[in-house]
Ligand binder design. Sequence first.
Ligand code: ATP
Length: 611
Amino acid sequence: MPALSTGSGNYSGLHELLCALPSQLQPHVHSQDDSTFLHNMFGERSLHSLVKIHERLQHYEEHSPAPILDSAGSLAADLSEELQGKSASEEISELLNLLAKPHVKSLLSVHDTVAQKSYDPELPPLPDDIDDDEVSVKIIRLVKNKEPLGATIKRDEHTGAILIARIMRGGAADRSGLIHVGDVLREVNGVPVDDKKPDEIIHILSQSQGAITFKLIPAIKEETPSKEPKMFVKTLFDYDPAEDKAIPCKEAGLAFKRGDILQIMSQDDANWWQAKQDGHANPRAGLIPSKQFQERRFALRRPAASVLQPQKISNRRSYDTAVEFAPLEAEEIEEDDGWFYGSGFYLSGYHVAGFRRSFRLSRRDKKTNKSMYECKKSEQYDMADVATYEEVTPHRRQSGAKHRLVVLVGPTGVGLNELKRKLLISDPQHFSVTVPHTSRPKRNQENEGVEYHFISKNIFETDIHNNKFIEHGEYKGNYYGTSLDSVRSVLSKNKVCLLDVQPHTIKHLRTAEFKPYVVFVKPPPVERLRESRRNAKVIPGKDDKGSAKSFSEEDFLEMVSTAQQMESQHGHLFEKIIVNDDLTAAFTELKVALKKVETDTHWVPISWTHS
Ligand SMILES: Nc1ncnc2c1ncn2[C@@H]1O[C@H](COP(=O)(O)OP(=O)(O)OP(=O)(O)O)[C@@H](O)[C@H]1O
């Protein structure tokens, strides 16, 4: 980037710099959002005007002009008085005319104010007879711009007063420090609001231009600024406030997608947290359902048979209304129509509905080290673990530290084996897989610890009992399994351990020790599977004694539907999703992602860094 100088003595330098900045920064800005933000910020007219004023003032600062007198106004008045009725020369009457002009009078008055340096407004003296019980009122003037005020209002159910319900962290109201939760709003632009509905107040605000004056009665207890530590969460579900009937104010809501990282700005309200998207320029927080609130209503969304129907316990619903400066499409909020969801009944009367999912486990090829057993563990989806938010922290692997465990999941036949094989071939010193255990007798050509660890049935059963296996199963009367120690053994050699498991196993691996990086390998649409897998062969299931066969149409359909099910049930645990359409492209994408895991900073659960 060429050096830009403001050039001392060249007063247009700063202004020129401001104009040039967006194009100078362009090569360094990668996202369209950032680029638009920079253009808007540096192109803002008020900013340019401010810079121009600054440059002019700088000019005068250097020349330090001093006033000759500080009473030009009264001098002009004396002069006018003196000249009144004097000879009627043309010059005199022109001068009298000029001095009588309101603009000239104002100019001279401003001159005197500056010369006398008396900038503070003159306040009337305090009356002596102040009634101690009289409520104090604060009058706030804010200048309207495109940014919303970042506050919500609601009607107090008992007193009927209009209250400031919420101040969004980082928003205009919060930054001003002048408006607080609990303040009673009395007037907007001189119009009393006591008898107005929140919507009508919003309408007054959206209609007004320039500065807006609020008359407020301060809350008795001023909010103490909360000293909550910075907390980041990964969202485990999609959220759209526009679709949320319970949110107290849709306009103040923050939409997010599963996997987004949010910074939690306030947890003052047990049901509605304030948060902002990590890395976004907008400093104003938005409302999101709190973890507890989201969990409670998830319970309510269970199938009708297994939950108590919500009872209508009140016909009032407590809404706040966003105080927007930009014209807003306020939804019709009927204040006295709706449900109030008390917390008392949420958790009563539902049971956790587990279910078994049928899945096909293929017979695995021992050369490529895949297990040949049928999974024994019940595939219960743990519905008790409601996916809401997970507290996360940035993590970067220190050089020389153990690698994160790489977990691959995907439906049968999607290509996990193929991708693993390619990784192993590409760098056998770097990538490795676990050696499984079996209780079957060792064959002649086999070696202990190479194909399998051979152990007795008794020891196998004791190890199962002691939770030593990540997954285990039985095939033809023999046990097969992958042990936690086999993973540790690979990691202790400072190699990247590649492990493919059933998705329900992931949660048991999510520990500080393994810090698993979970990659979901997803099939492309069926049309693409038919095309790309035309020559591919699969090893049939254990009941088929035959050799490799081609994929059937049923295999493709099952692969796609299993993938959908996996993604909807376990998607919140996947850090990377790779569509295995073109094998070379999928492999390259995987390799690049695994490299980044080793070198870049990633968000990981905070519990992983507390060990
Ligand atoms: N992108 C691809 N294009 C074409 N063929 C592929 C692709 N990915 C995998 N295959 C082929 O599909 C077949 C099944 O792949 P693979 O054995 O790796 O699947 P898998 O997910 O390990 O299945 P299983 O869980 O049944 O062992 C193999 O013949 C493999 O070569």
